[in-house]
Design a protein around this ligand. Structure first.
Ligand code: GCU
Length: 138
C-alpha cells in the first residue's frame, strides 16, 4: 500500500508564528504565518510504520522575491536546508521537497526559519514513505 499522510501546519506545534487564513488557496482551515524571525518553527508529529526513506513535501506561499530557507530536522537530528523561493503572491502556493530517513514510530519533523525574514507561509506537510513492501517492510 502507498503510505502518504497529510499534516496541516495550523494544527502542528507552532513556535513564534500564528495560524492565519487571510490569504486564499490554503488547504485545511488556514496556514502558519511564521514570525519574521530566525528560529521560528513549525513542528509536525508524524508516525512511520517502519523505518526508511521518506519524501517531505511542504506546501507554502512566499509573496516576496527573496528566498526564505528553512532548516528541516527529524527528531532534532542533522538539518537539511530547504529553499522556499518567492511564489509571486501570498495567495499563490507551491511545493518544496526534502528527502529524509524516518525511523519507525512517532517522529518530530521541524521546519525552522534560518533568516531574519522568517519562514514562508506554510500550508501543510505531506509525507510519502513509498510503497510499503517494495524495498520497505510492511
Ligand atoms: C505579509 C503577509 C503575511 C506574511 C508576511 C511575511 O504581511 O500578509 O501573510 O506572513 O508578509 O512577510 O511573512
Amino acid at each position: 500500500a502507498l503510505a502518504v499522510t497529510e499534516h496541516q501546519a495550523e494544527s502542528a506545534t507552532i513556535s513564534q508564528g500564528l495560524a492565519e487564513s487571510n490569504h486564499a488557496g490554503y488547504t485545511g482551515t488556514g496556514f502558519v504565518n511564521y514570525d519574521n524571525a530566525t528560529g521560528s518553527y513549525v513542528e509536525f508529529t508524524v508516525g512511520a510504520a517502519s523505518s526508511g526513506p521518506a519524501t517531505l513535501t511542504f506546501r507554502y506561499a512566499n509573496g516576496t522575491t527573496v528566498n526564505r530557507p528553512m532548516a528541516v530536522t527529524v527528531n532534532g537530528g542533522t538539518a537539511v536546508s530547504v529553499a522556499f523561493p518567492g511564489t509571486g503572491a501570498w495567495s499563490t502556493w507551491r511545493t518544496a521537497t526534502a528527502s529524509v530517513t524516518l525511523p519507525a514510530g512517532t517522529n518530530r519533523i521541524r521546519a525552522t526559519a534560518t533568516t531574519s525574514t522568517g519562514g514562508p507561509n506554510l500550508d501543510r506537510l505531506t509525507v510519502d514513505t513509498g510503497t510499503v513492501g517494495v524495498g520497505r517492510p510492511a
